[in-house]
Design a protein around this ligand. Sequence first.
Ligand SMILES: N[C@@H](CCC(=O)N[C@@H](CSC=O)C(=O)NCC(=O)O)C(=O)O
Length: 285
Amino acid sequence: MTEVSSNKAFGGYITKYKATSESLGGLTTQFNVFVPAHTEGQKFPVLYYLAGLTCNEDTGPWKGNFLSIAAAEGIAMIFPDTSPRGAEIVGEEDSWDIGTGAGFYLDATADKWAKHYRMFSFVTKELPKLVNDLQLPLDMNRQSIMGHSMGGHGALTLFLATLQYRSASAFAPVCNPTKSPWGIKAFSNYLKGGVEEGEKYDASRLLEKAKGRSNVALLIDYGAQDQFLKDGQLLPEALSQAAQNAGFNENQVNIRKQEGYDHSYYFISTFASDHIKYHASHLRA
Ligand SMILES: N[C@@H](CCC(=O)N[C@@H](CSC=O)C(=O)NCC(=O)O)C(=O)O
C-alpha cells in the first residue's frame, strides 16, 4: 500500500492511499481516509461514504461538505472508489451505469465480471483490514456507513446484509433495485442468476427479512424534485412499505422527503450535517 497524497483539512488530514486489492482480482484501487486532529491515545470511530454512479473516492470529500462536520464530531471517514478500474473487460467503459464507476457494491457472479467486480467484499472485508494496517488512531470496532444514490443502495444493503455497522444513512438511495432500471441492468449484467439473484442486494427485500433485528438504525433523505426519483430509479416508497411490513418504527427507519431538492451534491451537502450527527449518536453510544 502506498500513500498518494495528504492534505490538511479542518485541523485533521485527508490522505489518499493506493493498494493492490485481492477482492478486486489484483487491480489497484484508491481510497481516502480523513482523520480529525487528535491527541495522544485518542481513537476515532469510522464512517464510510459510498459515492454514486460516475463518481470516485474524491467525490464525497470534495463536494459533500462532510469533513468539517466529521472533524467537529470526532469521526474519521473512509471514502472508497465506486468500482474496480482497469479490468479491461469488453464493454466496461461503454456506459455510465455499468462497468467503471458503477460497481453497485455487489460481488459479481457472471463469468465476465466475477474476477474483478467484487465491491461488496472489498468494502466490507478487505478495506477495513487495509485501513487497520495503516495503524491510524481509529477504532475499527465502531463503524457506520452512508452513501448517495448507487452508494446509498450500497450503504443500506451492506448494513442490512452484515452486522458490522452501527447505523446506515443514505441520500437519494436506489431503494428497490430489483424493480428499477439501473438495478435491473446491473443485476442482469453482473449476476449469473440475474434479477432473482439480485434480491440479496435489494434494500427493501433485506429490510423485510430483517424483521425482529434489534439494531436497525437507518436515516434516508430524498428530494421531491429529484429527476431520478421521477424516473422510477429510487423507489423510496418500497423501502417505506418494507419498514411497515417488518414493523420498524420511525426511530429505526426514518425516511424523509425533502421538498424542492434534487439529486445533486447541493442536496447532499445541505443534509450532510444531519447524517453525520445521526451516525455520531450511534457511534458514541
Ligand atoms: N449520466 C450523468 C449523470 C451521472 C450522475 O448523475 N451521477 C450521480 C450519481 S447517480 C446514482 O448513483 C452523481 O453523484 N454525480 C456526481 C455529481 O457530482 O453530481 C453523467 O454521466 O454525468
